[in-house]
Design a protein around this ligand. Structure first.
Ligand code: ATP
Length: 201
């Protein structure tokens, strides 16, 4: 099965694009969703986080206090590394298990930090969802009710746009409206089916 890794900066449209592929019956494995499930109360990863960062990372109901954890790692690379060491192997193992259970010509594996990750999950192709930075900031501000400065700070903490584009095998330009987006998804879908079937003997 052809494994297409989908990535892109915050708010560039990864979720929107995944939805369009899913509408074409393409299986989508979502690393964010997996990571959320892995830190539900009772899960070993949550216990590991509490051990590493302290019990005040939990809300009173025992669930993970995400904003607090985000704050703890945002400006501290060492803390981020600790969290990555807890989460990445578990997320990748779950992705591998989910992918192994699929029956399809190809699948999408959405990993926001696919290109930033030190030991990334191995995929056959990298699909980057892209839009110009002002559009990206505007969409994040609207969706997350952040100030432009806050959105800008998050964008600045991620891999620069041109570096990400240079690593892409395929790019979706999500600067325009939904029609153009759907057209690009359809065209890539056909290419991926072609590539997947060409690989099978
Ligand atoms: P994150 O990195 O935060 O997970 P994302 O890359 O998954 O974000 P989306 O959530 O898909 O991005 O899109 C960000 C916001 O922009 C959403 O509110 C979405 O509805 C909107 N959006 C996405 N694509 C378009 C588009 N082509 N035109 C207008 N708005 C769009």
């Amino acid at each position: 099965m052809l494994k297409v890794g989908l990535t892109g900066g915050i708010g560039c449209g990864k979720t929107t694009v995944c939805r369009l592929f899913a509408e074409l019956d393409v299986p989508v494995v979502d690393a964010d969703l997996i990571a959320r499930r892995l830190v539900e109360p009772g899960e070993p990863a949550l216990q590991a986080i509490v051990q590493a960062f302290g019990a005040d990372m939990l809300k009173t109901d025992g669930s993970l206090d995400r904003p607090k954890l985000r704050e703890a790692i945002f400006a501290d690379p060492e803390q981020r590394r600790r969290l990555d060491a807890i989460m990445h192997p578990r997320v990748y193992a779950r992705i591998a298990a989910d992918v192994a259970a699929l029956h399809s010509d190809y699948c999408l594996i959405a990993v926001p930090l696919l290109l930033e990750s030190k030991n990334p999950y191995v995929v056959d192709r990298i699909l980057v969802v892209d839009c110009p930075q002002p559009v990206q900031i505007e969409r994040v501000v609207t969706r997350d009710k952040l100030s432009a400065e806050q959105a800008q700070a998050i964008v600045a903490s991620q891999m620069p746009r041109l570096e990400r584009l240079a690593r892409a095998d395929d790019v979706i330009d999500n600067s325009a409206g939904p029609e153009l987006l759907a057209e690009q998804v359809k065209s890539l879908h056909n290419s991926y089916i072609f590539l997947a079937t060409a690989r099978t003997p």
